[in-house]
Design a binder for this molecule. Structure first.
Ligand SMILES: C[S@@+](CC[C@H](N)C(=O)[O-])C[C@H]1O[C@@H](n2cnc3c(N)ncnc32)[C@H](O)[C@@H]1O
Length: 482
């Protein structure tokens, strides 16, 4: 029987860490939180009509709120084990005050650090004594976060400041290309688990040294090198526009980076936790190595995307819907109805993630120019023995469906040159779609499909799929290709 831990939590990792995760249960924590970049990360979609639309995936901006004052005062109380956090926050506020360009603003850096401090403090008890934590950040925040990490994990448990160097587009003539991130590696104690691998170290002038006792190797181009202990500067390609791994999720990290961290820090039967897991790169790398894993993300869309990513890449061992425990997403029709009522936009995002749509075509919270498109499913159709990319439009209705909405969907399908439109609604609304929809069909080598169809939330929860070619929406994003 497979007793692996494969858990995805949807929620703020602070609550999940405090309320759901067991103390001393995790060997490796890798986290890649929002960086205080003052950006809103969008998921882009480029329609056939060449218009760009986007939806916010997550917001990476911080402002100081009244509750932050209360939390800061708690840190300041004498006897608080982490009282130095207050000193770090005060310092960050002073630094922002000193700078004429940030003085007038609310202290976003301090708000960011306070939020991170609470979450890092909650991570510490979850980590086993032999465990370690890798905090991924950028050079604008790393020096402040290092002070927070020194306070929480102890200065003597600092192990490395890893520089992940890459080459991506986007430069300025006013400074050197900013092409690295920082990963702060701390252990919980000095009994931590680590395997430091070797890397090629090229000899000066690429010639052999012939030192006694030193093994030397020659590469394909005749250059001589030795195998040396891996340094803390890692050159690993970032996810580029044409990368096979690319899922379109902003800030997606490469599998090779997570492979390296997991191979170094997680024992062979260990548990890996990523509390800000985005599109699930850590989870993917851990599953690949048959390790136990726990992923947390605040976004419903991200959690559904990870489920799809992992299940399609590891279909040979994760066939069942239940092979991954998902906590915090609607599990049954009552939960789904409640979400539709309480937060219609989150409901739409959740359905789009679950149905396998890879872009959300509507601006956050408002019907934009592409009104009527909630999600897009990319299809690999087979026509004249060739694979042809097509798209299907997803429209989600958490309430009543009118004849007008069915007509609007047909119009969007026509206007965007898509082959199909799927109206997702609760079962009792499906008859309106069925009565009003056009009977037109489209075909590829795999069969004939309706241009407009209804698909019920009930069927989606049971793991059924809309009538589409079999290769739809497979979000592989990994090493294994079809
Ligand atoms: C930089 S991305 C992580 C990208 C990830 N490493 C990957 O390769 O896809 C940060 C993620 O943190 C999530 N997030 C933001 N605040 C969160 C919180 N309080 N708890 C859990 N997740 C959060 C965002 O939704 C986003 O997916």
């Amino acid at each position: 029987m497979d007793t692996s831990t494969r858990k995805l939590y949807r929620g703020d990792c602070l609550e999940i860490l405090q309320d759901y995760l067991e103390p001393d249960s995790v060997d490796l924590i890798y986290l890649d939180p929002p960086f205080n970049s003052k950006s809103n990360y969008n998921l882009p979609f480029r329609g056939k009509d060449k218009t760009h639309t986007a939806v916010q995936a997550f917001v990476d901006t911080w402002t100081w709120k009244p509750e932050n004052d209360i939390r800061l005062a708690e840190f300041r109380r004498s006897g608080d084990p982490y009282s130095s956090i207050a000193t770090v926050i005060d310092f960050a506020q002073q630094v922002e005050d000193l700078d004429a360009r940030t003085r007038k603003r609310e202290s976003s850096l301090a708000a960011y650090l306070l939020n991170m401090a609470d979450r890092l403090i909650a991570m510490k008890p979850i980590l086993r004594d032999t465990g370690s934590i890798y905090l991924h950040c950028d050079p604008t925040a790393s020096h402040y976060l290092k002070l927070v990490m020194d306070t929480v994990f102890g200065k003597s448990n600092f192990r490395n400041e890893i520089v992940w160097a890459y080459r991506t587009g986007g430069v300025s003539a006013r400074w050197f290309g900013r092409k690295h991130d920082i990963i702060l590696f701390y252990s919980k104690s000095d009994k931590y688990s680590i395997t430091v691998s070797k890397e090629r170290s090229y000899n000066r002038d690429n010639k052999p040294y012939r030192f006694s006792g030193v093994e030397e190797f020659k590469d394909e181009e005749g250059r001589w090198y030795t195998m040396a202990t891996m340094r803390d500067v890692w050159e690993i390609n970032a996810i580029g526009r044409t990368s096979a791994e690319r899922l379109g999720y902003p800030t997606q990290k490469p599998l090779a980076l997570l492979d390296r961290i997991i191979e170094a820090a997680c024992p062979s039967t260990g548990v890996v936790l990523d509390p800000f897991c985005g599109c699930g790169t850590t989870v993917h790398a851990a599953e690949d190595k048959e390790l136990h894993w726990i992923g947390v993300d605040i976004s419903r869309f991200a959690v559904e995307l990870i489920r799809e990513r992992v299940q399609s890449n590891f279909a040979h061992r994760l066939r069942d819907l239940d092979s991954i425990s998902i906590i915090g997403l609607p599990e049954d029709i009552t939960d789904a109805r409640q979400l539709a009522r309480m937060d219609p936009f989150e409901f739409e995002k959740w359905i789009c993630g679950r149905i396998g749509s890879n872009g959300l075509g509507k601006r956050l919270g408002a019907r934009g120019a592409d009104g009527g498109i909630d999600g897009i499913i990319e299809l690999d159709t087979v026509q004249d023995q060739k694979v042809v990319k097509e798209t299907a439009i997803v429209q989600v209705k958490g309430g009543n469906v009118s004849a007008d909405s069915v007509r609007a969907l047909s119009e969007v399908v026509r206007r965007t040159g898509s082959v199909a439109g799927i109206l997702v609604c609760f079962k009792e609304q499906a008859s309106t779609v069925e009565n009003q929809r056009s009977r037109d069909t489209w075909s590829d080598a795999s069969g004939t499909y309706p241009v407009i169809q209804s698909f019920s939330v009930e069927d989606l929860l049971e793991g059924k799929r809309p009538l589409l070619p079999p290769r739809y929406g497979r979000r592989r994003g990994g090493r294994i290709t079809a």
